[in-house]
Design a binder for this molecule. Structure first.
Ligand code: AP5
Ligand code: MG
Length: 216
């Protein structure tokens, strides 16, 4: 199964992608996670993208497309993958079509998680992530068993640097300008399925399963 998950910052892309990845046994590929691990490791890529991400802008298309191309060529993507946060612009979506053509592959679903801006601003301030294994939590909606500690690996949870209110608003503006046009792009290709991300995490998961015909 080859899946793209679209949605505004904080819509729940990572949460739903992580669940689907376990359920379908296919890799979860988040360009945001790839950039953040490069920033943490201090790589040249990390140095190039840090300022852009901290300001809520987008990493240039050429850099992002190359990274995804490399990742999709790895063995574990042969039977499917879940792309979370890519594509984010029309040139990236065209780049993905080219990569898939070269692989002789096609997307099965583009799931668009729909949430209002007001809910997103409230939601992102409560997000916590594990700096070591990337597991995501929310202090109210998806808390860890022990406050501030990752259930999965025991590391101390942190808040993402781009989850400050000013940066959240920049990210939302970037989303509306550059990423929202992808809804029409994938609608035209008959791949788009809208699911609501406004309510509980399990409600979205159930909608996703229904769209894809997955049994709980
Ligand atoms: P990225 O890491 O992709 O961030 P984003 O799109 O801003 O999305 P988030 O990760 O913030 O949110 P999410 O939708 O994954 O939600 P989550 O499940 O965590 O990108 C970061 C930056 O990298 C970008 O700004 C850009 O600079 C750069 N970048 C990345 N990809 C790029 C690309 N392709 N091109 C160019 N630049 C790129 O959920 C959020 C919180 O809410 C969590 O705490 C979660 O527990 C909670 N939650 C989830 N669902 C619900 C629910 N239904 N109800 C209540 N709470 C919920
Ligand atoms: Mg995410």
């Amino acid at each position: 199964m080859k899946i793209v998950i679209l949605g505004a910052p904080g819509a729940g892309k990572g949460t739903q992608a992580a669940n689907l990845s376990v359920k379908l046994k296919i890799p979860h590929i988040s360009t945001g996670d790839i950039f953040r691990s490069n920033i943490k490791a201090g790589t040249p890529l990390g140095k190039t993208v840090k300022q852009i991400i901290d300001n809520g802008g987008l990493v240039p298309d050429e850099i992002t497309i190359e990274i995804v191309k490399g990742r999709l060529s790895q063995e574990d993507c042969r039977d499917g993958f879940i792309l979370d946060g890519f594509p984010r612009t029309i040139p990236q979506a065209e780049g993905l079509e080219l990569i898939l053509d070269q692989m002789g592959a096609k997307l099965d679903y583009v799931l668009n998680i729909v949430v209002t801006d007001a809910a997103i601003i409230r939601r992102l301030s409560g997000r916590r992530i594990c700096p070591d294994c990337n597991t995501g939590y929310h202090i109210d909606h998806d808390p860890p068993m022990e406050e501030g500690i990752c259930d999965n690996c025991g590391a101390r949870l942190i808040q993402r640097e781009d989850d400050s209110e000013d940066t959240i608003i920049s990210r939302l503006n970037t989303y509306h300008d550059q990423t929202e046009p992808l809804i029409g792009f994938y609608e035209e290709r008959g791949l788009l399925a809208n699911v609501t991300g406004q309510y509980r995490i399990e409600d979205t998961t159930n909608e996703v399963y229904k769209v894809m015909g997955i049994k709980e």
